[in-house]
Design a binder for this molecule. Structure first.
Ligand SMILES: *Cc1c(COP(=O)(O)O)cnc(C)c1O
Length: 383
């Protein structure tokens, strides 16, 4: 184990060429970022309308191969609104995974709905279509008005798969089961911008997809998010809802439903436009590092997580799978001690006080991964 730690530390230090602390993920501004941000200041359009917001909405639709993109203030709010537009209401149930970042579950709760935590697949680390199928076969019934949980009487209003660290879930199988049970999919693709499943971008498989452009994501707006969809009217409704639901008028203030101020400022849109120009380059850079990590850890006898055959992964955050909780803790302890930032995967949602009473199935795979998965430094690095 101490050989593994020493070799890992020197491998990472050699790659990133520094003796300083090496973070998990830092943004890189090596394109037109300064120019575009300066343009917004020169134009005075730094706030909620501006040319970069429009440009960004076109770019994100194009990158995700969808017809409509809507700029949102952050990924969590994007998911909240996408769920509302998918029809999630007070008291509904939403199927998702317990192995996720807390924002996935929070966005469900903001709609006064309850997450139902189903297991993940071991290979994708994301929502298991088989677990969804088993849950529905045991509890669900399709009636007029949708799919219902026969045990609780609540409607099962949506399914939210999350593509953990950029690894796509088994989308064909998940789409098939959700279609059979008449449940819309809202993809939490916050971590998987640019990842492909059978050649098609994640975020484009559900009724809605959402992305995050927080500072730690593969590309950043400083803070930001987006909703994408192929339903043009739903896209327009998303824009309307997130811009206070104001009816366009030369001077009157009239708002026709309860909207939100979830706009992305033009200042942030300028940054993300410049970042999106770099996305393909960033992904290639990360894939090169992933290849090097893969070779290195193979020699060390440690599993480095690589993509399934029908996917192309953006490798936003790279990870290793250690033997057990004990080895994981030792690895975390010693690498962090030596200035190499490593982090465990999230604690499962039902361990958090606000979600401890939610329904969950047998979480064998989620608990297996929770004990073993560790993220390692994954930043884009240009020599
Ligand atoms: C980052 C992230 C979000 C939320 O994004 P913010 O922009 O930080 O609100 C949602 N879900 C997942 C899985 C994330 O990793």
């Amino acid at each position: 184990m101490s050989d593994l730690i020493d070799n890992t530390v020197s491998f990472i230090r050699e790659y990133f060429e520094t003796k300083d602390v090496i973070p998990l993920h830092v943004p890189r501004f090596i394109g037109n970022e300064k120019e575009y941000v300066a343009n917004t200041i020169d134009s005075t359009f730094v706030s909620s309308v501006g040319a970069y917001v429009d440009q960004f909405e076109e770019m994100i639709a194009q990158k995700s191969q969808t017809t409509s993109g809507v700029a949102i203030v952050n990924g969590t709010s994007a998911l909240q609104v996408a769920l509302r537009l998918a029809g999630v209401k007070d008291g509904d149930e939403v199927l998702t995974q317990a192995l996720t970042f807390v924002a996935t579950a929070n966005a469900i709760r903001y709609n006064r709905a309850n997450p139902v935590f189903l297991d993940v697949d071991r290979d994708t680390m994301g929502l298991s279509p088989e677990a969804v199928k088993q849950f529905l076969e045991q509890y669900a019934e399709v009636r007029e008005g949708g799919c219902y949980n026969t045990k609780t009487g609540n409607r099962i209003a949506a399914c939210v798969p999350m593509h953990t660290f950029g690894f796509p879930v088994h989308l064909d199988e998940l789409q098939a089961v959700c279609k059979e049970w008449n449940i819309p999919i809202v993809e939490d693709a916050a971590e998987s911008l640019g990842s492909l499943y059978k050649g098609k971008p994640t975020g484009s498989f559900g009724q809605f997809g959402i992305f995050s452009f927080n500072g730690n994501k593969i590309v950043t707006a400083g803070g930001g998010g987006a909703i994408v969809t192929d339903e043009v009217e739903a896209g327009q409704h998303a824009k309307h809802l997130t811009t206070t639901a104001k009816k366009p008028h030369d001077y009157e203030y009239y708002h026709d439903e309860l909207g939100y101020n979830y706009r992305m400022p033009n200042l942030n849109a300028a940054l993300i436009c410049a970042q999106l120009e770099q996305l393909d380059r960033f992904i290639e850079n990360k894939r090169t590092l992933a290849g090097k990590y893969s070779d290195f850890f193979e020699k060390e006898g440690v599993t480095f997580r690589t993509e399934n055959t029908d996917t192309k992964v953006n490798y936003w955050l790279m990870c290793v799978e250690l033997e057990d909780r004990k080895q994981r803790d030792l690895f975390l302890e010693e690498t962090n001690d030596k200035g190499i930032m490593t982090r465990p995967i999230w604690q499962l949602m039902y361990r958090l006080p606000m979600y401890e009473n939610c329904f969950r199935d047998d979480q064998t795979n989620a608990e297996y991964l929770e004990d073993r998965i560790v993220n390692i430094p994954s930043s884009v690095y240009v020599k």
